[in-house]
Structure formats: structure tokens, C-alpha cells
Design a protein around this ligand. Sequence first.
Ligand code: MN
Ligand code: MN
Length: 461
Amino acid sequence: MENKKLSETLSYTKKSVYALADKEIIDSAMSYAEDYKKYLDSAKTEREAVKASIALAEKYGFTEYRLGDKIAHGDKKYYNNRGKNLFVFSVGEECINNGIRITAAHIDAPRIDLKQCPLYEEGGMGFFKTHYYGGIRKYQWVATPLALHGVIALADGRVIDVNIGEEDSDPIFYINDLLPHLGHKQGRNPLDDAITGEQLNILVGCEPYLEDDEDSVKLNVLRLLNEKYGITESDFLSAELCVVPAAKARDIGFDRSMIGAYGHDDRVCAYPALTALLEATDTKHTTMCILADKEETGSDGSGGMQSELILDIINELAANLGGNSALIRANSKCLSADVSAAFDPNFSDVFEKRNSAMLACGVVFTKFTGARGKSSTNDADAEYIGWLRGILAKDNVFWQAAELGKVDCGGGGTVAKYISKHNIDTIDLGVPVISMHAPYEVISKVDLYEAYRAMLAFYKY
Ligand code: MN
Ligand code: MN
């Protein structure tokens, strides 16, 4: 008995949130998950995530900010960067030089993009050529229902929204795979080579246009696209069309404790980062939630976290509120909100169990990411983690510390290093994911809710 007491006092063990939390917390987690599923289904691309996030922000009284606008204490604003990247900020009463509480999550997800000259016909079938986006395992994307999302920007300035495959009455799209009867040779390939990038062709039709002999299936598809959107083949040149899984977010398990969906990485962090900011009414600091694009391909581009837009916005806050940009950054704190890999007993050999994120054990803090001896990573200061432990304890948030996979088994990066390089205290926090980057990923509802509660505490203190 004395031994048990001593271990309770001295030992640290990860425990299921279900064992630690009150029923009230668990119930709240279940209802929070319902809204999250709706957000997921409305936000399969970064463009759709920006739209869905703006709609949420406007419900809470946030209004659009344009660079150069005046900013005052008490303002609740969002900055829409090209429809693909969003900054949402609430200007607190406290002196801006005391820093900003920043969360940064990404709203792009691995998928398959169309090439600029996509449409062709072969073997009596019409296809789109593609170039995949982000780290996908190609074999997972064949023989599964797919939807087409994106925009076609016309030379006359009009932008056409495309969203086909989400309604039950919509057609869907498909990538052919080989039948097992003829797949013996393919089956002997390593997984990564079984399906190649140039085989990820999207099946879009097989009905010919009978009045023409050449490319008649292709012509028929063009005819239908012209009828529906008024476009011609050259309009693909200025389009961004993305192929994503057609599946909707669903509960998983008899106990409905998990959610299966496309794109948890990283909407499972973007959604709590945003909703916690919108709902944090008791914060004195200025708070900011950044929803970034292009994380899955290295955070480049104008909407990625390597863009200097974050500095432009901090500089504008400084100029309008009588602050000093360098001082603001030095006193700011950031949660780089991105997912971690949940320990998977089916693939236990790539995990080091003591330092892996365990499903349903709470939100995960990751001190460093990177690979091969902590290369290419932010590494959060012990002092910053100590401060975080203090505020999470105040609100009784259930969290765990973890790193992604065994040493030298691989690794990965997040936006953390692109924020900390501005002299901002930064740490990765997020939700453990099963089958990360698969067309259908799995998370635990209580982990999602603890991410939300962690971010509420972060904005507040
Ligand atoms: Mn991510
Ligand atoms: Mn990712």
C-alpha cells in the first residue's frame, strides 16, 4: 500500500482520458466532435477550410482586415490571404509589447492534384492526368471513391467553384487498380512501387460523342464540362483542381469514441485552434490563430508559414498599437498545432512505446521533430514547456509528451521551425492520428477535445 502511494507521488504514467476526466468532460468531447465532423465535411481543401473558418469567425463578430487598415484594442479581425491561408486575431487590452498568443495549424492535406493539361482518352476511357500533393502512399488511393474540388479561374476574371462527389446524387471519380487475377507481378513489388505517380489517372467517363471519330470520349467530357461550367479545354491551364476522398467523416467503433475522416491532418488541430480563439472571451493578451497552406509540401509559397506575411501582420499590430515588433515577437508564445502519429500495435516495430503518443491519452506535446539526430527542427525550451505545464494544470487539461516514431525510423517536420526563427517561443502540440496521410485517418474524440481545452488555456493565461 505504501508502495502504491510512493508510485503515485513519484511516477509519471500516461493514462486514458476516460480514466482521468469527469463525465461532463467526456460528454462535452462527444458533442464538440459533432461540430468538428461538420467542419471536416465542408473543408476538404485549404480554400474550403478558409471559407468555413471565416463563416465561423463571422458568427463570433470577427470582421475582415486588409493590410493597411487601422487596428485598435478590442478589434476582432481575420485576414484572408488569397483564399488559401487565414489569420484570425483578437486584439486584447494588454500592451501589445507583452506578446501575442499564437496558434498555427495547416489546412492543406495530402491529395491528388490535376495537371494543367489533364484530359485525355485511352482504351475507350476518359482520364485526368494528376500530380499528387504531399506525402501520400499511392497504393491507398486506387479503387476508392473520389471527389473533385477546386477552382477554375477564367481569363476574364471569373472564378468557378468546382465541388463534385459530395452529394449522394453526385457522380464520383476513381483510379483504376489491377485485378488480383492479373496482379501477381505487381503484387511482388515493394508497396511504394506498386502504383506509380503516372498511374494515378482519374477515370472520368466512357461515353463517346458519336458525331466525331477522334477522341470522342474526351470530346464528350469536354462537352459536358462546357454545358455545366461554360469552360473549354484551355481553361484547365488556370485551374486548381484537387482530387480528394469522397467519404464523409464518420464515428468509428461500437463506442463511437473515434472519428474516421479525410484530412484530420491537420484540421483536427486547425478546428480547435480556431474555435478556442473565437470562444476565449477572458483573454487579456492579443491572440492569433494562423491557418496555413502548403505545410504538406514544405511550407513554401505566399500562404505557407515560410512566407513573411506573419511579420507583416505583427508589424502592422506594432505600428497601430504603439508597439515594437522585435519586442512583441520576443514576448510572444506559439503552439504549432499539428498532428502526431498515434502508437499503432499493428505496426509496433516503428514506435518506441514509452515516448509515443497513445490514442485517447490526451493532447500531445512534441518538444522536437526532425530526423537523424534531431536535424531540421525547432526544439522547444524546457522553460517554455515548464510554463505550459503550469497553465495546463490550472485548467486540468489532459496531455502527454511524445515524439514521432523510433529514432532513425523516419521522422517529419511541422511549421514550428518557421515560427521559432522569428524569435518566438514555439512548441508542437496536436492530436494523435492513426494512419496519418491515408485517404481515411482516425483520431480519438477525447484527444480532439483536450487539444481544444489546451488551446483555450493557452490563449487565456
Ligand atoms: Mn500536419
Ligand atoms: Mn501531414
